[in-house]
Write a protein that binds this ligand. Sequence first.
Ligand code: ADP
Length: 630
Amino acid sequence: MEKKTSQFKAEIAEMLDLVVNSLYSKKEIFLRELVSNASDAIDRAKYLGLTEKDLVADSPEWAIEIAVDKTARTMMVSDNGIGMDADDLERSLGTIASSGTKAFRQALKEKGGEALPELIGQFGVGFYAAFMVADRVRVVTKKRGTSQAYVWESDMSGGYTVEEGGRDGFGTSVMMHFRDDQQEYLDFWRVSDLVKKYSDFIAYPVRFRTVDVPADEKEEDRKRREEREGKPLNTMVALWKRAKKDVKDEEYAEFYKHLTHDYDGPFETIPFSGEGAVEFKALLFLPKKASMDIFMPGQKRGLSLYVRNVFIGDDIEMLLPTWLRFVKGVVDSSDLPLNVSREMLQDDAVVAKIKSAVVGKVLSTLEDMKKKDGKRYDEFFGAFGAVLKEGVHVDWEHADRIKKLLKYPTARSDAGKRVFLEDYVKDMASGQSDIYYICAEREEDARRAPQLEAARKHGCDVLLFCDPVDEYLTESLREFDGKKFVDVAKGDVQFGSDDEKKAETEANEKAAGELKGFLESVKKELSDKVEDVRVSTRLTDSPCCLVAKEYALPPSMARMMRAMGQGAPDEKRILEVNASHPLVRKVSALSGQELSDAVALLYDSALIAEGSPVADGARFTKLLAGLMLK
Ligand code: ADP
């Protein structure tokens, strides 16, 4: 192969500039990134070696080396892991990780520079951190299972080159030539401190080696040097195997960052172990914020599974249900065979037991938090509530426990406050037997909805379902504490005691009788828009509102079906009029064109009141202007 020079993709050039100039306030983390990559590379080699013995025929002692040359001002971080071939190099170091530059730029645009450190982690640009301290980086690598080594080199400004090269043994070496003002990293103690600080739990020994040993090194210096270079800089103790009391919060936090690349640190750390049927150790984390792609399909990584210290995989759904996909961490069990394939794990009984224990632990942690520290729970729920809710829909086994963890804003709650279902039930009006809710895209619209009027009058609070998932969930929520969920904007809803309901029905029948002719002509006027026109039980102040039929498809579902090109079924709604409203009485006395215009205005005003768009705005304004002139 000829030496090949390539330009970084434009986005990368821009990225590199950001990385070097504004990204990490602490440049020192470049070492963490490189050691972390080295460790991942060994994990992968080890894992593949389980089934493809040839790959590890050189039976290496897995290790990471940091070789420093003070004279040449270089540091080389080497591993004997999986290595890379020319394609890998191009893919991994020529473009920003596969997760997508486009997504990265998009996110950057939306979130601004503030969010950079968080973004960097999510989009895998760890390797580029080397350019924060180095003006030249050279990667020499040989992939296991191949015979040709390659050299990747870049000084950032002029793109990068890839050419064939030579390397003893498999693996990767990243050589950095430090910038003038970054010489501190040539010092043994500085490096040693950094490894302890960021990479202590890395499962492979990280050793230091002095390259430029002076020819005339004194005997005692040599002894001292050899002694400190003979020992790994890290303790290699898997954090999840240590007792909680022996681990400092900072250690957990560093491990979390290593695992997730979320530099914000964890929100909650949950170490626990399974005993009895299946033995395992787990270290779970709840992040502070949801990653930006949490609602994108095709999430791949979940909890990392180790079997006797060997990393097996972190495929989502192996150990976590999707509604807990925000949980991060590690599970280590010696009850699984080492040679399991990932596919086999999907239906392994031991894995199923671990999964169930993990779910139980996360739920009990949340239940505890809810009980002991409501404010903290609100923080959690604000970040992940919408994901947790999915569990009600897909996980029948846990639906009841999940429901108790859900919070909603209500018609009565202050904006921004949410209420647990059990508190809603506790505060139900006397005689109220159902849980009321209303769906809307925005909380403000829900709060203003005319459909809430009668509920308010009867002292009934109404849950506001404004999360996009809420509407889908209404089907699965079914009931809570023996009480049905009822949509106040759908079907027949009546409030108050049985006597009140009876009285209301009678009054309505009477009103309907009086307004019979009017209702019929309105129905005729609006025949292409509404299914029916009737007297309402839910209005007190507004003249009219639109309600869905009892078994109507939720509007969001209908929108989705249309978006997918499947014509949604007829979703005409019902126009309900407030029989005791003076406007209704007035309009009912009209006829001819006057009646038509007034009915059109009434209908449009019902749409506006619920926050829906009016089909023909020009017509609406014209009618309104005409009315005002009168
Ligand atoms: P991330 O590690 O988050 O994916 P990096 O920019 O650090 O992002 O690395 C990009 C990719 O380069 C890695 O996913 C991996 O495939 C490859 N890579 C980096 N360092 C090594 C290494 N030491 N050995 C093998 N592959 C590596």
